[in-house]
Design a protein around this ligand. Structure first.
Ligand code: SAM
Length: 217
């Protein structure tokens, strides 16, 4: 059993007859995310997405970067069904079947290394600091030399929550799980560096989100 709450799929439309889920937030941010991924990703090689959710993101990435081999992963079987249904419907041959992965459990890197690109969207605020560090350590170990790690989501900046929406969202997460909540941008860069990665870039994204980019030298 996962140690944390997996966000329920209740906020999503019910799975359709093929099992596809739809996340309105993913529909809103997919274009901006795909643009950043296309700019920072290697042109070819292997790419692993952690916590792929509905599969909306990985399908867009796989179209934009057809020479990368994409491996979506998810802890939740209902979402894995959605990812596979989306990839099948899109006819995308460069997406492997979704793989079960608890990204906060130590040791998973040995099963998926080496990867040229690893992506994570919208999970760090839902786990504890310790779990975030474990996830980042494993991602660093799973990267090939020269590999890129991109982390997207909401963060506090230099210790401050910078919008009313972020304050409310962080408080609602902590009310459900006192160990979870927003991580700070500098704190996550520190976690990346502690894992042996080199911070490369911070990209401002719509809706006050960030992409934190790091490289394995
Ligand atoms: C807020 S959703 C984000 C989904 C997707 N990345 C996106 O941005 O639309 C968080 C996702 O993390 C997954 N998740 C939760 N705990 C996880 C864990 N320990 N390891 C891997 N995935 C996890 C959930 O099942 C869910 O799909």
């Amino acid at each position: 059993m996962p140690k944390r709450l997996i966000p329920s799929v209740e906020g999503y439309a019910q799975p359709d007859e093929s099992g596809k889920l739809f996340a309105p937030a993913a529909a809103r941010n997919v274009a901006a995310l795909t643009e950043v991924v296309a700019r920072l990703a290697p042109a070819s090689g292997s790419a692993l997405e952690i916590a792929s959710g509905t599969g909306q993101h990985v399908c867009s990435y796989a179209v934009a970067l057809p020479d990368l081999r994409w491996q979506p992963t998810e802890i939740d079987p209902v979402r894995r069904t959605s990812i596979d249904a989306r990839a099948a419907e899109a006819g995308l041959a460069n997406i492997a079947p979704a793989r079960a992965l608890d990204a906060t459990a130590p040791g998973w890197s040995t099963e998926v290394a080496p990867q040229d690109l690893i992506l994570l969207a919208n999970l760090l605020h839902l786990v504890s600091r310790e779990e975030a560090q474990t996830l980042i350590n494993e991602a660093a170990l799973a990267l090939a030399p020269g590999g890129i790690f991109l982390v997207y989501g909401p963060f506090s900046r230099s210790g401050a929550l910078t919008s009313e929406g972020d304050k409310a969202f962080d408080a609602s997460i902590r009310a459900k799980d006192a160990q979870a909540g927003y991580k700070d941008d500098g704190e996550v860069i520190g976690m990346m560096e502690a894992a042996g990665l080199t911070w490369a870039e911070t990209v401002e994204m719509p809706a006050n989100n960030l992409v934190l980019a790091a490289r394995r030298d």
